[in-house]
Write a protein that binds this ligand. Sequence first.
Ligand code: 13P
Ligand code: SF4
Length: 347
Amino acid sequence: TSEEMEARIIAIKLQLGEKLFIPGHHYQKDEVIQFANVTGDSLQLAQLCAANKQAEHIVFCGVHFMAETADILTNDHQKVYLPDMRAGCSMADMANIFQTDRAWDALTEMFGDTIAPLTYVNSTAAIKAFVGKNGGATVTSSNAHSMVKWAFTQKERILFLPDQHLGRNTAYDIGIPLEQMAVWNPINDKLEYEGEIEDIKVILWKGHCSVHEKFTVQNIADLRESDPEIRIIVHPECSREVVELADDNGSTKYIIDAIENAAPGSKWAIGTEMNLVNRLIQNHPNKQIVSLNPSMCPCLTMNRIDLPHLLWSLDSIVNNEDINVIQVDEETTKDAIKALERMLARA
Ligand code: 13P
Ligand code: SF4
């Protein structure tokens, strides 16, 4: 039963003490998040893993790219585990290293040495290594503005992987007109752009988040009609049109802070992942909170981490079995860490 599993998890946590560290991303289920030592967005969890030097076992409750980042940022004696290997990220899967190498060859042919590569942390370790090797950095949704500004101090143009929406919304906010943004399509290796290519300042990878793309202009129109007073806040992984029509947008942490600081009685519609929206609803009974999309929008891969998988992972540690260990090879780590450190130095 759930109670038995919970009791066993508590016992293992007590047994392992500080040797065990469980970071939990805000999009995780309640049944998992209750056992996290720390909760946070992807940037906070990366920082907390980098700072933790005593835990031998880091059981990452989040998705694969986050566990890879934790492995890159921790020491050799620390092992990182992902309770379910199927907990990937469909956005991270939209850019593989072969496509990226081909894109880079074509783009450097077109633009010469004028492009700084940036990758959202929602990407594989190999992409982070590619970016690190080429003088670029990683980005999260909570530092994207400062990282894009930084990239423009390095080169005239940026290539932003793999989320076109975060890239477009961020570049637009810092003053780059939409007409100066092109889209790289990794499926046919083509640049989608209608003007003179010398005018291009931002090259957006044609990737997206399948969860945040479900928040639509129609959802906003419906809500505004039914409740003109409601404030709408969305994650910048939503499309440009949705971000433009919303009242506010920002990273996971930004959304949490906005709701925490909101006046009692205020009404909010939130465009981000369902587990987080539900938790905000539970934690703020004095505010009226709904999801921007009535069908709620779960991240199916985040949800793969559940109580049985967490227990299975912890049991395997106690039994000295190396199950679901995430280990980024040395060569990749050496370059990927450069991209992460350029970000962490500015975060
Ligand atoms: P944060 O960087 O806001 O934690 O978001 C990670 C993510 O996967 C959003 O979809
Ligand atoms: Fe990936 Fe989107 Fe899920 Fe975040 S919410 S982990 S970007 S699929």
